[in-house]
Design a protein around this ligand. Structure first.
Ligand code: HEC
Length: 186
């Protein structure tokens, strides 16, 4: 009985310490580390990490999963080399999902190049941008390698689409551009 009384008193004392605290002032923080975590920036430099960095930097020469090596450089020589050597991973046209290629093309490319690839996109019609070539431009003679290189790095005033389209998608769009080119030529 005596013990129960003691427990009751202790509970009341602790309870009043916690609950009767003024709402306007801060409450007690028993484990401040749990309330406030230490904000570490990704790739920030800190002494308390193994190699002084909050995130491991990939070892040199490694490629992230889902990516593959693109060995053609972002310059004219790289473009010409891609035009000669770079081939699509899709060996038969049955593998090519032309519907997805079309969808992606219409999202990312048609504003400038037009839905038929003749260089008559909405931005051209509204005179917001100039110098959009037709895919059937004989002087350019684009092919799978050059189209992929152009999507990957961009070309002059056309920006790169490597950030918006992954490798597979870039090839699907490339095949769709080839289809538009052949439609234009016939
Ligand atoms: C903002 C407008 C714009 C958009 C969007 C755009 N392009 Fe272009 N594109 C250009 C311009 C400008 C050129 C001409 C670049 C040059 O040769 O100076 C060009 C050129 C090209 C060429 C010919 C390059 C060569 O080899 O001569 C291809 C192929 C091409 N674009 C494909 C695409 C594809 C595929 C997309 C969508 C992923 C796309 N473009 C999106 C503006 C655009």
């Amino acid at each position: 009985m005596k013990n129960i009384f003691k427990i009751l008193i202790i509970t009341l004392v602790i309870g009043s310490l916690i609950s009767c605290n003024s709402k306007d002032s801060r409450n007690y923080e028993y484990m401040p580390n749990m309330y406030r975590s230490i904000p570490y920036d990704t790739y920030g430099e800190y002494d308390n990490f193994v190699d002084g960095n909050s995130a491991l930097i990939p070892p040199e020469g490694t490629i992230a999963r889902g990516y593959s090596l693109f060995e053609f450089e972002n310059n004219t020589a790289g473009y010409e080399l891609a035009k000669k050597q770079l081939k699509s991973p899709f060996t038969s046209s049955a593998e090519v999902d032309i519907k997805t290629g079309k969808e992606l093309y219409n999202i990312y490319c048609a504003v400038c190049h037009g839905s038929k690839g003749a260089g008559q996109g909405i931005l051209v019609k509204r005179e917001k941008i100039l110098g959009i070539p037709s895919y059937s431009d004989v002087g350019r003679a684009i092919n799978e390698g050059s189209i992929y290189h152009t999507i990957y790095y961009g070309k002059n005033s056309m920006g790169s689409y490597a950030g918006q389209l992954n490798e597979d998608e870039r090839w699907l769009v490339t095949h769709y551009v080839l289809k538009l080119k052949s439609d234009l030529e016939n």
